[in-house]
Design a protein around this ligand. Structure first.
Ligand code: GDG
Length: 728
């Protein structure tokens, strides 16, 4: 018997948490201590787990590569080697000059160059090859960030069942920004190779889902996407920091010693702290201008307040970053030139990075931490500031455009484009009573402490596992000869059998004209054959008139319009009580608007639902309109207890009170004591029926997608063959 290999976790990111320095042909390896590295340390350092990525230096020969490989292996890491050209085109090019600006809404900076794209694909494939060399089928792969958007699908193509998680550290932009990218669809399809996709905020998730709907034509239900017969989940999972590490560092003797030293050199004035990587998304010039305005407006702060501004060098090979650096230098120079006194400097500006204890001393010293990005996926600086405030004194001024603002509503929130508001917020922060500072800081510390980096990692892994479990539970088994014989035997032995049959796609194929799908003689023979022994219920989305007319001579029960109308054989139609249809008039108007713009489409009105049909619409246009119409309807439906169903070439809107499952349950009560229950259906409205069935029922899905049914068959012809076998 083959033994199952133990599962390991493979973390993948563009950069490894290590820095290689090459000096005189000698390589030195220093671990880098980013938040992600600390958080994921609990994973990748264990057992056979491994972190895969670029080690941060371009190596010149095989010998250096082998040395790097061996050295990293000791630390549970594996390198993906990149060339100078890869760095220029894939990293600085496509990642940082195309995706980064687009995802941060700086579209005027976004470069669309075919050679960047080609290199991006090539390097993603390089990562994929390296992973595939290392991965077993039951491993878990966790991919990070925008440099590797194509990677999930590249791995999926080779390993259809492997667990793949993806986390995006930067914002996912609105469809309106994302759609500008010439390679938008490929990028999205790349991401959809993952099983679980995590984003910092709900807005990012929502934007992603909207792009998936519009570009890949796939809707979602509460973040669950059914794509290529695989269930995928997208959700917001805000990243936290290692709270204890920052709190402990703030209490360390080295930090205190530094604080005393820095204070002695700077003086006693109140400090406004600003720390970022050099990046136009961080809003550094806007922040400087707001500070200048503050000094203009409030001369009482001259010599009383200074800004301590750390800008960490980053991507300075990219043109836009060089320009930004010059702009910042100029602004700082101008402000300091204008306001400095011999004994006071308005802005203490440092273009460099500091060791952790220095950073911690800055956090401790700051009265105000001014975090005002134009856009930021999350922003960890503001969280680190909060964790470092052991006495709970200090105020955070935070941009609404940072993901962190969603968790930190006790900060003074600002729109970084509104300089008046920024000035006012800084002033309010400088003047805030200590009791209020403590009150706000306490709430924020509690949040950050609880949702720390470790809980983030656990939650992510947990979510990924949940999706994989859901996928497994939805995998139906093809109804083979053995199972169909067992079904037959049970049926024949039963005394009170009950059979639910969907109509279109289950008993009959699809037709351009819905009325052309009327039952044929063979179908009547099958249904009438079954009703000799069984209660047969046709459970369909069709209107009651059509069903009534088609089955007027059969001994069947009918459930129409997905459960609105019910009729037992020889009885009258009745409906479930108290259904409202006041929403219909306004929704119909919206649908008519789409009909006017979409030749070939039409609206069908049922008693408690409206259906937009696009079967006869030009290929492509129908799908395009469906995406637009579905989001439009979902928006209208959100507070009206309505649901929007996408069927085969139709979009239907109806009350949430109605579904096939509810109707089926109703029918099972009516035939209590049924000793054989079977349900067959082909689309997702039948999933409600399957879910309503008792455990021992035979549930059969027509088609190959994931389903709550136990078995599947390929087409309506197979259903007919199965039913014929039951009669014979
Ligand atoms: C991306 C997203 C998201 C800064 N100066 C020094 C230093 N730092 C450290 C900070 C902080 C980190 O760098 C910066 O993290 P941010 O989150 O603020 O920003 P990005 O680098 O743009 O990160 C961002 C993040 O990914 C995580 O998902 O929050 O939105 O853009 O940890 O402390 N560290 C040291 N010396 C410095 O001088 N040692």
């Amino acid at each position: 018997m083959a033994t199952l290999q133990k599962s390991k976790t493979i973390i993948v990111s563009n950069r490894l948490p290590v820095r290689i320095v090459k000096e005189d042909d000698k390589l030195t390896f220093t671990p880098s201590e980013g938040g992600l590295a600390t958080g994921l340390g609990s994973i990748y350092k264990q057992g056979d787990n491994i972190w895969l990525g670029w080690p941060g230096a371009v190596l010149s020969n095989k010998k250096e590569e082998t040395k790097t490989e061996n050295e990293l292996k000791e630390q549970n890491m594996a390198p993906v080697f990149l060339t100078d050209e890869d760095i220029e085109l894939y990293y600085e090019g496509f990642s940082n000059e195309t995706l980064w600006p687009n995802f941060h809404y700086f579209n005027q900076f976004s470069e669309f160059k075919e050679e960047y794209w080609e290199s991006y694909k090539k390097v993603n494939q390089k990562f994929a090859d390296q992973i595939l060399k290392n991965a077993n089928p039951n491993d878990i792969i966790w991919i990070h960030d925008y440099q590797l958007l194509l990677l999930p699908a590249m791995i999926r193509a080779e390993r259809p069942d492997i667990s793949i998680g993806f986390f995006l550290h930067i914002p996912f932009p609105s469809y309106e920004s994302f759609r500008l990218l010439p390679w938008r669809r490929e990028l999205l399809v790349g991401m959809l190779g993952a099983d679980f996709l995590g984003f910092h905020t709900y807005d990012d998730t929502r934007h992603f889902l909207s792009s998936v709907s519009r570009l890949a034509g796939v809707g979602n239900e509460h973040g669950n996407i059914n794509y290529n017969n695989r269930q995928i989940m997208a959700d917001a999972l805000p990243m936290g920091i290692d709270y204890d590490k920052y709190a402990e560092t703030a209490a360390a003797p080295e930090t205190l010693e530094r604080e005393v030293r820095y204070r002695t050199s700077i003086g006693t004035e109140k400090l406004i702290l600003s720390i970022d990587r050099l990046d136009y998304s961080k809003g550094i010039p806007q922040r400087l201008r707001a500070f200048q305005k503050l000094l203009d407006r409030h001369p009482e702060y001259l010599e009383q307040v200074s800004m301590l501004m750390v800008v960490v060098p980053s991507r300075d090979q990219v043109g836009k970053y060089k320009e930004l650096k010059e702009e910042i230098d100029l602004l700082v120079g101008r402000i300091n030139g204008q306001y400095s006194r011999l004994s006071w400097t308005p802005i203490h500006y440092f273009y460099r990075s500091y060791p952790l204890h220095a950073l911690s001393a800055f956090y401790r010293m700051a009265h105000v931490c001014l975090v005002s990005p134009m856009r930021d996926g999350m922003n960890l600086v503001c969280k680190e500031f909060i964790a470092s405030k052991l006495d709970k004194k200090g105020v955070l001024v935070l941009s609404e455009m940072a993901g962190a603002s969603k968790e930190l509503s006790d900060a003074l929130l600002v729109n970084p484009n509104n300089s008046e508001q920024m000035v006012e917020a800084i002033r309010e922060a400088l003047e805030m009573e200590e009791s209020e500072q403590v009150q706000r800081m306490t709430v924020m510390q509690n949040t950050i402490k609880r949702y720390n980096i470790y809980s983030w990692v656990d939650l992510f892994m947990n979510r990924l596992e949940i999706v994989k479990k859901a996928q497994r539970s939805l995998t139906t088994k093809l109804l083979d000869d053995q199972s169909s014989q067992a079904l037959n035997t049970t049926y024949k032995k039963s005394k009170k059998p009950l059979i639910f049959l969907d109509y279109d796609g289950t008993l009959k194929g699809f037709y351009g004209d819905p009325q052309a799908a009327r039952p044929d003689p063979e179908l009547y023979d099958i249904v009438n054959g079954l009703t000799k022994r069984a209660h047969v219920v046709i459970i369909s989305g069709r209107d009651k008139e059509t069903l009534g007319e088609w089955f007027k001579s059969s001994k069947v029960d009918l459930i129409g319009e997905h459960g609105v109308w019910l009729r037992a054989h020889k009885e009258e139609w009745h409906t479930i009580t108290n259904l409202t249809d006041v929403w219909k008039a306004s929704t119909r108007e919206v649908l008519e608007g789409y009909v006017a713009r979409t030749p070939g489409s039409f609206v069908e009105e049922k008693d408690y639902s409206l259906v937009w049909h696009y079967r006869k619409v030009e290929t492509g246009l129908g799908e395009l309109r469906t995406r637009e119409l579905t989001s439009h309807l979902k928006y209208l439906a959100s507070n009206q207890n309505l649901q929007v169903l996408e069927g085969d070439m139709v979009v239907e809107i109806k009350s949430t009170e109605i579904n096939k499952g509810r109707a089926a349950r109703n029918w099972m009560k009516r035939y209590e004591g049924a000793d054989f229950i079977m349900a067959v259906g082909d689309d997702w409205t039948d999933e409600d029926t399957f879910k309503a069935m008792p455990k021992d029922a035979y549930t059969i899905k027509v088609g190959s997608s994931n389903s709550a049914a136990k078995f599947s068959v390929n087409g309506f012809e197979d259903v007919r063959a199965l039913l014929k076998g039951m009669i014979g």
